[in-house]
Design a protein around this ligand. Structure first.
Ligand code: GLA
Length: 503
């Protein structure tokens, strides 16, 4: 049987070209308003036009704005097409339109949302009333960071452990636990509320937190009294990734609101904005827009860019006021995902350094999806990369192993080293990978990773690494090694060794 794809005679990358096969009945053209819509993606209207047998059109959505009909295929009075929300990782599913005239029927799937909708033909005024609002973006120019980050930012974020199941009480308890566990004193000072705190806008457009966060200002005060800083999250799109209210059309207003709550850190996550900010120019401009809005508040707010590493973000992240920028998609609490990100995906190393940091995503240490050895690899790798260290676990209940992995001051010092270099692999031999990183005092951090599924005991000759050690400190065992020509390390499956060597 022929597939839909093989039957498609003409397609266009920009969408909207159609074959001219003889049809038995005319396909639908016109403008319709949906009778009802699922919240995601919040379809409002559909417009289809035809000229010389070529069908074009848009479906408008609260989440994504005007989405052009792509890969249109006509079969009698039935039209099939694709919609893209700009996320290349999401498959495009066929969407079908049937019926003509007053009522039509649209069914299919966009990202996670399956729908089966009816729409009625509407007047030009009704269609116009559903225009997706457009807001001008600023011309590109440089914005200085208001809370510069000389070393990679450290703290805690709600997302990896709690997702949207986060509330005021939990955040307060986390703040207390950061203090009592010694994590704050080890350097983890940001308490970042990720997606899921947002409520509705009031009549003046001011965004309110949802019922789980009764008083953000009071929460900020609580966190500050403990010597910690408070972070928050939003999107330049109309919706956050989890479907909460985004900052589209309210950028300045939201920045002011955060400043009035005493916010110290903002993660700005592209989310639904990826449907219409999909060029380097517009993505830069939209991140700059928030950078300028934060600056205008007069409050130092550390600015974290989250657009998954698109358009070589490290090459312009500083220019929009950013101090860290995600280089990858989302981490998961698995060795496979953590190592894929850490070993292969963390941006252009030269872009990292004092003031701006490649961000391979938040930590999963303590979330139980990996072994202690694998978590040791996670921290070792992130420290070698000078990655931001944002805890992603429930710090109210940690095993002694987790506490010791997260509070090893000598390991943290490698991450926080003021020279700010992103360490790099210098040798790969089977499953063994060796990385080095130059440190400010002239010493070198050396990490040995065993990526294999069995324990290994590689023998290292310092000469082969271009090193002539005077002192060798094993940072995880906190012991000094005897100086010799080399050393044999026993490294467990998926484990790591971290050394600091002076010459
Ligand atoms: C995106 C980000 C994550 C997290 C979620 C929240 O997936 O990459 O880090 O913030 O959104 O919805």
């Amino acid at each position: 049987m022929k597939t839909w794809f093989s039957r498609m005679l003409v397609t266009s990358l920009l969408g909207s070209v159609l074959l001219a096969a003889p049809a038995l009945a005319a396909p639908p053209t016109g403008s319709w308003v949906f009778d009802s819509t699922p919240d995601m993606p919040g379809f409002t209207r559909l417009i289809v036009a035809e000229s010389k047998g070529v069908y074009t059109g848009t479906v408008t959505s609260h989440w994504y704005g005007d989405l052009p009909l792509k890969d249109v295929y006509i079969d009698g009075d039935r039209m099939t097409f694709h919609l893209s929300n700009g996320n290349i990782r999401v498959p495009e599913y066929p969407i079908t339109l049937t019926g003509t005239g007053d009522h039509i029927h649209m069914s299919g799937r966009l990202w996670d949302a399956e729908f089966d909708l009816t729409a009625h033909m509407a007047t030009p005024a009704e269609i116009k009333a559903l225009d997706f609002p457009a807001f001008p973006l600023p011309p590109l120019r440089s914005v200085a960071a208001t809370a510069p980050a000389p070393t990679p930012p450290m703290g805690w974020s709600s997302w990896n452990k709690f997702a949207t199941d986060i509330d005021d009480k939990t955040v307060r308890q986390i703040a207390d636990a950061l203090v009592s566990s010694g994590l704050r004193d080890a350097g983890y000072i940001y308490v970042n509320i990720d997606d899921g705190w947002q409520g509705m806008r009031d009549k003046n457009g001011v965004l309110q937190p949802n019922a789980k966060f009764p008083d953000m200002k009071a929460l900020g005060d609580y966190v500050h009294r403990r010597g910690l800083k408070l972070g928050i999250y939003t999107s330049p799109g109309p919706k956050s990734c989890a479907g909460y209210e985004g900052s589209y059309g309210h950028v300045e207003q939201d920045a002011k609101t955060y400043a009035s709550w005493g916010i110290d850190y903002l993660k700005y996550d592209l989310c639904s904005g990826e449907a219409f900010y999909h060029t380097s120019q517009t993505v830069k401009a939209v991140y700059q827009e928030m950078g300028e809005a934060l600056k205008a508040t007069g409050r130092p707010i550390l600015y974290s860019l989250c657009e998954y590493g698109r358009f070589d973000v490290g090459s312009w992240g500083r220019d929009v006021g950013g101090s860290l920028w995600r280089t990858t998609g989302d981490i998961e609490d698995t060795y496979a995902t953590m190592t894929k990100i850490g070993f292969e995906k963390n941006g252009v190393p030269n872009h990292t350094g004092p003031g701006g940091w490649n961000d391979p995503d938040m930590l999963e240490v303590g979330n139980e999806g990996m072994s202690t050895d694998e978590y040791r690899t996670h921290i070792t790798l992130w420290s070698m990369m000078a990655a931001p260290l944002m805890l992603g676990n429930d710090v109210r209940q940690m095993t002694p192993e987790t506490v010791s992995l997260l509070t090893n001051k000598e390991v943290i010092a490698v991450d926080q080293d003021r020279f700010g270099a992103q360490g790099l692999p210098i040798k790969k031999d089977g499953d063994i990978e060796i990385w080095t990183k130059r440190l400010k005092d002239g010493s070198t951090a050396v990490a040995l990773f065993n990526r294999g599924d069995a324990a290994a005991d590689p023998a290292i000759l310092w000469r082969d690494l271009g090193l002539a050690p005077k002192t060798i400190r094993n940072l995880w065992t906190r012991s000094d090694l005897k100086i010799d020509r080399g050393y044999a390390f026993a490294i467990p499956k998926h484990g790591a060794v971290l050394l600091r060597i002076t010459q």
